[in-house]
Design a binder for this molecule. Structure first.
Ligand code: 4GY
Length: 242
C-alpha cells in the first residue's frame, strides 16, 4: 500500500480525479491511500494569508514558509519522499514513475499563482516538472504524477497490461484495431486477422519501430537494437526511400 499526501490551496480540484475510474478503484482496493491537505488551514492571521510580497520588490506574491511547512510537519514521516511541483524541476518521465513505485510514502507540494519562498526547498527531496509550460498551479501536475504512479502499483490494473505501454520498452505503441474488420472502406491489416501469432508479433514490433522512427526519432538515438530490430529498421528505411 502506497500513501500519497498532497498539499494544495485548492483541494476541490482533486474531487473528480479521486472519485473516477482507475484511481477510484485503486483507492477502494487499498492499493493506494490519497489525502489532500489544504495548507491555508495552517495560516495564523485572520485573513488566512499564505503568501506575501517579495523581498527586493517586484510583481506578484510569494508563498511563505510557515503555513506550508507547518502543514508538511503534520504529514511527514521517516519514509516520506517530499516532492515539489514546479517548472524548474526534473522533467517527469515513465522511468521516474516506475522509480517512484518503490516509495512507501509520497508527499506532493502544489503551489498556486506564484512562486515559493526559496527556503521551502530545504524541506524538499525532489522537484518535478511535468513539462516546459507554465500552469496556474501545481495541482494538475500532482495529479499527473499520482495517476502515472498509481496505475503501475500492483492490483491497480490488469497485471502486465502496462508492459505494452508506449515508453515501457522505449518505443511507441503499435497501431491497434477492433471490430468491424472493415469500417467505411478502411480495412484492418490482414495479418491481424490471420491468427498467426509470430507474424503478428513481428508486424507489431515493426510498426512500433516505424512509428517511433517517424514521430520520435529522439527515442531511438541511443537504443541498443536487437538483431531482429536492426533488420526491421533496414526494411523500414528501404520502404520509406521508395
Ligand atoms: N510545468 N510542472 C508545473 C507548473 C505552476 C507558479 C509554481 C509544471 O509542474 N508544475 O507549471 N506549475 C506554477 C505556478 C508557482 C508552480
Amino acid at each position: 500500500m502506497m500513501k500519497i499526501d498532497i498539499l494544495s490551496l485548492f483541494p476541490e480540484m482533486f474531487e473528480g480525479f479521486l472519485h473516477t475510474s482507475i484511481i477510484k478503484r485503486a483507492i477502494e482496493k487499498g492499493v493506494v491511500e490519497i489525502h489532500v491537505h489544504d495548507f491555508r488551514e495552517f495560516a495564523h492571521d485572520r485573513h488566512k494569508s499564505v503568501d506575501d510580497t517579495p523581498y527586493g520588490g517586484g510583481q506578484g506574491m510569494v508563498l511563505m514558509c510557515q503555513p506550508l511547512l507547518d502543514c508538511l510537519k503534520t504529514v511527514v514521516d521517516k519514509d516520506a519522499l517530499v516532492i515539489l511541483m514546479s517548472p524548474q524541476g526534473q522533467t517527469f518521465s515513465q522511468k521516474m514513475a516506475v522509480d517512484l513505485t518503490n516509495e512507501k510514502h509520497l508527499i506532493i507540494i502544489c503551489g498556486h499563482y506564484e512562486g515559493f519562498d526559496e527556503r521551502i526547498r530545504d524541506y524538499v527531496d525532489m522537484e518535478i516538472s511535468i513539462g516546459d509550460y507554465v500552469l496556474t498551479g501545481g495541482e494538475l501536475s500532482s495529479m499527473v504524477i499520482t495517476d502515472a504512479v498509481t496505475r503501475l502499483l500492483h492490483g491497480a490494473i490488469r497485471e502486465a497490461s502496462h508492459e505494452d505501454d508506449s515508453f515501457s520498452d522505449g518505443l511507441l505503441e503499435y497501431p491497434q484495431y477492433t471490430k468491424p474488420a472493415e469500417y467505411d472502406g478502411a480495412k484492418v491489416p490482414e495479418v491481424l486477422l490471420s491468427g498467426h501469432h509470430e507474424n503478428i508479433r513481428k508486424w507489431r514490433l515493426k510498426q512500433s519501430l516505424k512509428r517511433t522512427y517517424l514521430r520520435r526519432p529522439d527515442l531511438l538515438r541511443d537504443r541498443a537494437f536487437t538483431k531482429e530490430e536492426a533488420k526491421l529498421m533496414e526494411e523500414i528505411q528501404a520502404e520509406l526511400e521508395k
